[in-house]
Design a protein around this ligand. Structure first.
Ligand code: NAD
Length: 498
């Protein structure tokens, strides 16, 4: 059986002391194993990154960017292969996997602008013959820890920007679907990156804790569930590291009575069930304003869901594939059971989907639940499955209060034709990423991505302009060149321009 190893100092390394099974979720079978890095292996990766740093730091940004241009081409040339790897281990259908990759590539395109992004700030004559400038210097060794649900895109949120900013990187991807991530790192190597600048260690808590505890690691970017995000943030901070930790979500869509209901239903279908709902931006709660809107939504949604196709990643006609593991399948079903037990109405029940030829796959069918209330477990917690819950309220303010009261604040959306209502909503809602008739408002690569409340621990968002700030530290230089022979007088007061 194949084993997925690590990439350290430009070489594939297999630290086979501990191995974990990797599944094909569409069949339920073990397809390969992944090596779980020991502390020693992670320390080797950190050492390789540290050794590569002095030269990489001094490599002109334009040369770093040229490697990213070649990397982008290699990603595009290998897109089908990467999508296949994602499908095999994650279960994502090819059209969705290619979409994920494309959104990742857009971060590489942004990173190609490094010379422009790193130009810094300059002020001439801040005092008599005194100039001052701020430059943005790399941090050194930085690390990324990523979740299973976007094995290509989320790592690409991190390392292209970290690396063009002059840092060296150690990535700890999800151990559940490691192959596409490792292959992508190898493509970066092929694009001409010097050995040691980019390293990948597969692993679990042991690898993560080694990164958190090692004083050579200057900063950590994390994306995953909220309890782990909080742990990473607190531990990194306690150890003096810069940290951004993006967590879980419960994204609500407000459906106003004036919304184009057919359009809203189409948008909700994709945003709730695409990728089996295993997206941190999935719309998992529809808040219908007024019973008329709720009834129309339920009726149209129920009808539209009859044609939803769940099945194996390899059949491109499927709308979405399995969830990641057997345990997760059971967890999602458990949330549906709990909603039913707490009095909600199961309108479309996906608990026993029939997928011919794939009876052991980890499938959950599209599920629609009506009359969900905020006290229910299925409302409070992130389900991360193909389940759309409908909450009924009687005003837009009540819908906004519901969203604001939830512990998560990643994404949200409003479906309406009323510009004034939409403007009020986007201005006041306590959520980091807002859509107006846009169900998945995932910011493009030249903005930055991040939620509010317990969806993000830290100050700076992921990728885009915030990534330049996260992966560099500001140094401000003030300079004077006195004319030869000029002696300045002694002054003990604070220098001012008065
Ligand atoms: P997860 O938190 O289980 O794992 C994320 C990473 O943390 C993995 O690399 C994993 O190996 C590591 N990890 C897991 N348990 C750990 C522990 N006890 N100690 C140290 N490290 C540990 O998340 P997941 O199940 O892979 O991904 C799904 C979650 O990620 C969902 O909650 C989803 O909302 C979230 N997510 C958030 C965003 C965002 O941008 N906010 C994006 C994608 C996914």
């Amino acid at each position: 059986m194949n084993t997925v190893g690590h990439l350290i100092n430009g070489q594939i390394v297999n630290d086979a002391a501990r191995l974990q099974d990797v599944y094909n979720p569409s069949t339920g079978e073990v397809s390969k194993q992944v090596a779980l890095a020991s502390k020693t292996t992670v320390e080797q990766a950190i050492a390789a990154a540290e050794a590569a740093f002095p030269e990489w730091r001094n490599t002109p940004p334009i040369k770093r960017a040229r490697i990213m241009f070649r990397f982008k081409e290699l990603l595009e040339q290998n897109a089908e292969r990467i999508a296949q790897m994602i499908g095999e281990e994650h279960g994502k259908i090819a059209h969705d996997a290619l979409g994920e990759l494309q959104r990742g590539i857009e971060n590489v395109e942004y990173a190609c602008g490094a010379p422009e992004l790193l130009k810094g700030e300059h002020s001439k004559n801040v005092g008599p013959n005194i100039d001052s400038w701020s430059e943005f210097q790399p941090l050194g060794v930085v690390a990324g820890i990523t979740p299973f649900n976007f094995p290509a895109m989320v790592p690409l949120w991190m390392f292209p920007m970290a690396i063009v900013c002059g840092n060296c990187f150690v990535l700890k991807p999800s151990e559940r679907d490691p192959s596409s991530t490792l292959f992508i790192a190898q493509l970066l190597q092929e694009a001409g990156l010097p050995d040691g600048v980019m390293n990948v260690v597969n692993g679990d808590k042991e690898a993560v804790d080694t990164l958190l505890g090692d004083s050579r690691v200057q900063a950590i970017s994390f994306v995953g569930s909220t309890p782990i995000a909080e742990y990473i943030y607190k531990t990194a901070n306690a150890n003096g590291k810069r940290c951004q930790a993006l967590g879980g979500a419960k994204n609500h869509a407000i459906v106003m009575p004036d919304a184009d209901m057919d359009n809203a239903v189409n948008q909700l279908l994709g945003a709730a069930f695409g990728s089996s709902g295993e997206r941190c931006m999935a719309l998992s709660v529809a808040v219908a304003v007024g019973d008329a809107a709720a009834d129309a939504l339920i009726e149209k949604m129920q009808a539209a869901m009859q044609s939803l196709k769940v099945g194996a990643y390899s059949d491109k006609s499927n709308d979405f594939g399995p969830v990641i593991t057997k345990a997760h399948q059971q967890k999602v079903v458990g949330y549906i059971d709990s909603a039913e037990a707490q009095g909600a109405t199961i309108v479309v029940d996906g608990r026993n989907p029939q997928v011919a030829g794939h009876e052991n796959g980890f499938f959950v069918g599209g599920t629609l639940i009506d009359r969900v209330s905020p006290d229910m477990l299925s409302y409070k917690e992130e389900i991360f499955g193909p389940v759309l819950q409908v909450v009924r309220v009687d005003s837009m303010q009540a819908a906004m209060d519901l969203i604001d009261a939830h512990e998560y604040g990643n994404g949200t959306c409003i479906f309406t034709r009323d510009g004034e209502a939409a403007r009020y909503f986007s201005d006041n809602i306590k959520v980091g990423m807002v859509g107006i008739n846009v169900p998945l408002p995932v910011p493009v690569a030249y903005h930055s991505f991040g939620g509010w409340k317990r969806s993000l621990f830290g100050d700076l968002h992921a990728y885009g302009p915030d990534a330049v700030r996260f992966y560099t530290k500001r140094k401000t230089v003030t300079q004077r060149w006195p004319s030869a022979g000029v002696r300045e007088s002694v002054s003990f007061s604070m220098p001012t321009m008065k």
